[in-house]
Write a protein that binds this ligand. Structure first.
Ligand code: FEO
Length: 397
């Protein structure tokens, strides 16, 4: 794709990765992704903000063919999908300086073996003038690595935000015109990599709140020309109260756990609690991660296999523990054949979240009347907990 003009002297560059279906050999990419770089030309100097994934270096270098001189290359973040083509760009422009945070320099020297003499490090809020265009560098650590920063182009009120406010979305839309699609993609992206750092991200949002921002240009997905849309969404994700939702990832081997899950879903709905169910045999883990943002309660539906929880449920529990959602309660339901340590195992995996564990319901084989009664009791408890959670309570959906 050719460079696309955003404003006078400001261009989107980069690559749309339509066919990529996995990131970090872990995160599903149902809609592909993009690696956005941006060229900003002042009266005196020219800067490239970020590069692209090393698999797409040739696309960026083709776009740069008509750019005779590059004075600065800004690295907001040292992860390969933005930094991986830096060595090639520096090779093409031997006089260009690589601008980043001191921590960013440390990472890029260590991870990509970039010579230390190529760097200029900037402090928080430091500026560089391009001639009529001023770049202000703002530290925004832990989005989602410790070295991350953003760049504010003062005269044009554009925030170049790298991963912050981004979405894994391959699209020909330069701007986020399909808001519903962008919201979903941005939400799952936040859940997958930023949710564990919500408290710090909340501080970063606070730090940006006095900037006048017309455009947010992230390094994945479409550009936001309605910044309040994505900023409001982020505020809700990092600091909104958990919602009146039970997240219910489950597996059933012979149908017994599914009977419990079906009954329990109905019992919760009767009590006014929403349920987001995920059959882990077919679940897109990104969707599960996105649901973790909102749910006040996590209930794992786990059959016992070989004396422990089914491995798919163990995986889901580890994912929840790693992503550190704002849920407050948890429980476990499921069926076993002859015994096992399912409860202890799953409770132990979830323990870093410090959730209140509500009375689990495990049954031998097919559930009986007493088991359905226990599921009713668990649904009662959850509905009551959701109503009385302090200080702000949960929010109804
Ligand atoms: Fe898009 Fe953390 O890299």
């Amino acid at each position: 794709m050719e460079p696309r003009k955003i404003r006078e002297g400001i261009f989107w560059m980069g690559a749309v990765d339509w066919d990529r279906r996995l990131f970090d050999s872990l995160i599903p990419l149902p809609d592909g992704t993009s690696y956005n770089a941006y060229l900003v030309q002042g009266k005196e100097k020219t800067v490239l903000l970020d590069t692209v994934d090393p698999t797409m270096t040739d696309k960026l270098l083709t776009q740069l063919e008509s750019v005779r001189k590059l004075d600065y290359l800004v690295a907001h973040h040292a992860e390969q999908d933005h930094a991986g083509s830096i060595p090639h760009v520096l090779q093409k422009y031997p006089d260009a300086k690589l601008v980043t945070t001191p921590k960013g320099k440390e990472f890029l020297v260590e991870l990509l073996h970039i010579p230390p003499e190529r760097f200029i490090t900037v402090s928080d809020r430091e500026t560089i003038s391009l001639g009529g265009k001023t770049l202000e560098f703002i530290y925004t650590p832990w989005v989602h690595w410790p070295e991350t920063m953003v760049t504010y182009l003062r005269e044009e009120k554009i925030l170049f935000s790298c991963d912050f406010f981004g979405s894994h979305l391959a699209t020909t839309d330069l701007y986020a015109v399909d808001k519903a699609r962008t919201y979903r993609a941005a939400k799952r992206y936040f859940a997958e990599i930023m949710m564990p750092f919500s408290k710090i991200i909340e501080k970063n949002l606070e730090k940006l709140k006095d900037l006048q921002i017309d455009i947010i240009a992230p390094s994945h997905g479409p550009i936001h020309n309605d910044p309040s849309f994505i900023i409001t969404a982020y505020r809700d994700w990092v600091s909104g109260a958990p919602k009146n939702i039970v997240l219910l990832p489950y597996i059933s081997m012979h149908g017994s756990t599914r009977k419990m899950v079906d009954y329990f879903t109905g019992a919760l709905v009767e009590r006014g609690v929403s349920v987001q169910r995920f059959d882990l045999t077919v679940t897109d883990l990104g969707e599960l991660a996105a649901s973790l943002i909102d749910a006040a309660t996590i209930v794992l539906g786990a059959p016992t296999v070989l004396a422990g929880a089914h491995p798919a449920v163990i995986h889901a529990a580890h994912l929840a523990a790693a992503l550190r959602p704002k849920a407050k309660f948890a429980s476990i339901i499921g069926s076993y054949g002859w015994g096992g340590k399912t409860l202890e195992q799953l409770a132990s995996i979830l323990s870093p979240l410090k959730l209140e564990i509500l009375q689990p319901v495990l049954c031998k084989g097919l559930p009986r009347e007493a088991d359905f009664k226990a599921l009713d009791n668990l649904a009662d408890t959850i509905a009551q907990k959701h109503r009385s959670t302090t200080p702000a309570g949960v929010v109804n959906v």
